[in-house]
Design a protein around this ligand. Structure first.
Ligand code: ADP
Ligand code: NI
Length: 219
């Protein structure tokens, strides 16, 4: 197998190219932030750092949301790339396992799956990017991309019963804060992730308070 440094560099180039036309909330800059978050968290955890870095880089290589719901394209693209790079079977399997299980929507599924230390780190890293100032920017960007209303006081947030209902929602963007973002902090796995999520969560709560005050013309 080639040097780890070259493997990471080749992965960066591959991901940048694949995501050239991606929606801005799931583009190369999202990957770079998640990669940095993951490296930060990994410093305090016992884990295989190559698996963490490769998974962080490849986790959104083909998000089903942007591929007609197809959940196989991402794992397939990553497998082909990693086999070309000559990575070991163990590393390949660990990375693909993370790509398959990282998504928040999987938390609606009944079946349990094992949270490996590497999955915990990359999941936390990805969820941190859904929180705080960046999380707010990504969420409104996604709502604009989907042409959703910003807020509609007549459409309250709901608790989705399953993954399909969550994925098919066309609710106003503000509802996403209650349907996903504000739930994330309680599902963090690592101590570093928990601490950072707490700060970003508080910032979002403050943002929402301001939002309603302004909506109601109170400031
Ligand atoms: P997951 O794959 O873990 O379910 P997503 O890729 O759906 O997570 O979400 C990533 C980010 O995309 C969210 O944190 C949010 O910023 C944005 N997003 C996804 N779905 C919506 C939505 N229905 N409304 C607004 N933003 C959304
Ligand atoms: Ni992501």
């Amino acid at each position: 197998m080639q040097a780890v440094k070259d493997l990471i560099q080749n992965t960066v180039s591959f991901v940048k190219k694949e995501l050239e036309t991606a929606e801005a909330g799931h583009d190369w800059w999202h990957i770079l932030r998640v990669w940095n978050n993951a490296k930060n968290i990994a410093k305090h955890e016992t884990c295989n750092s190559l698996v963490v870095e490769l998974s962080a880089l490849l986790h959104d290589i083909a998000d089903p949301k942007f591929h007609n719901g197809d959940e196989e394209i991402g794992p397939q693209k990553a497998t082909t790339f990693l086999m070309d790079q000559g990575v070991s079977k163990d590393i390949l399997q660990s990375v693909i396992y993370i790509i398959r299980h990282i998504s928040f929507k999987n938390s609606f599924q009944q079946e349990d799956f094992t949270i490996t230390p590497e999955l915990a780190i990359v999941m936390d890293a990805d969820r941190l990017d859904a929180l705080g100032a960046i999380g707010i920017a990504r969420t409104f960007h996604y709502g604009g991309y989907k042409n959703r209303e910003i807020y509609n006081p007549n459409i309250p947030p709901v608790a989705y019963e399953n993954k399909e209902a969550y994925k098919n929602s066309t609710a106003p963007t503000l509802n996403h804060f209650y349907e996903k973002l504000l739930k994330l902090k309680d599902g963090m796995h690592t101590n570093t992730g928990k601490q950072l999520a707490e700060e970003r969560h508080t910032f979002m709560e403050q943002y929402l308070e301001h939002f309603y005050r302004e909506w109601n013309g109170e400031e």
